[in-house]
Design a protein around this ligand. Sequence first.
Ligand code: HEC
Length: 278
Amino acid sequence: MKRKLVYIIMAGLLLGCAHMGTSHIKPEEDRSAMINLYKQIFPNIKFEDYIYGALAMNPDARSQYDDIMAFPPYSMDLDKGKKMWETPFKNGKKFSSCFPDGGKNVAGNYPAFDNAANRVVTFENAINACLKANGEAELKYGEKEMGLLTAYARSLSDGMKVNVKVEGSGALAAYEKGKKYYAARNGQLNFSCRSCHVQGSGKFIRMDQLSMMIGQASHWPEFRGGTDIVTLQGRFKQCEKNVRAKPKAANSEEYNNLEYYLTYMSNGLPMQTPVFRK
Ligand code: HEC
């Protein structure tokens, strides 16, 4: 009897520990804390509108944006991406063969965490893995071709809710690294991503109003000025250059972890790809 009781207590302790170690609890706490913070800063902006970033703070700019998006200036570029996506590989297969449902409503699951390889897998990594598996040359990260292809490939997930998962200790460690990078002060101007997009969100830097970080990862690549394609990691670089920090390379471990963290924070928001930015 006594022994049985000991077992029950031990089992309880083990379960308790397992529960404490459940990895998705902490990121979820981070996300709701961030949502609550923005609710205080922007009491009149609806959560769904966070995907519009700074445009959500300025009704005039938003209405100009809507007019532009009715006839997107980048539609020819998007056609180029479509052609790349649909052109068969030498073995006759296509990109669509590498993804469930031909690649529809999958991009919002990325970045994902690959437990076997113990690293973050971005959508771009999955595209290159597809090329490699089919005996094709991989595309260069951060270059225009990859941008055009992913602009079209992501458009197949338009409206899908961002659904990044952080499960298991490896995934949690990568998420934590991304979060740490986000908060680390950097560059001659000694700013962190947080300084501008959390503490500073809504404020102006020269002509630019600073967007909130929630929603920032849901709409990439962007066509700046209509036709100049910028990837999410390309934007990280621009922001780092602006504070005179040395940017990391596209597809570096640092940027992939950062993208993992930042995209997790957009969970639940609809993807909208690609978009125009001035
Ligand atoms: C000195 C301030 C500053 C810092 C520091 C900064 N950014 Fe930015 N960021 C901007 C400005 C200005 C823009 C353009 C206006 C906007 O959309 O917020 C911008 C835009 C962005 C966008 C695009 C938003 C959109 O919807 O087009 C992303 C993503 C982003 N920043 C991420 C980051 C990350 C990640 C870091 C840290 C590595 C960072 N930023 C650091 C000022 C900053």
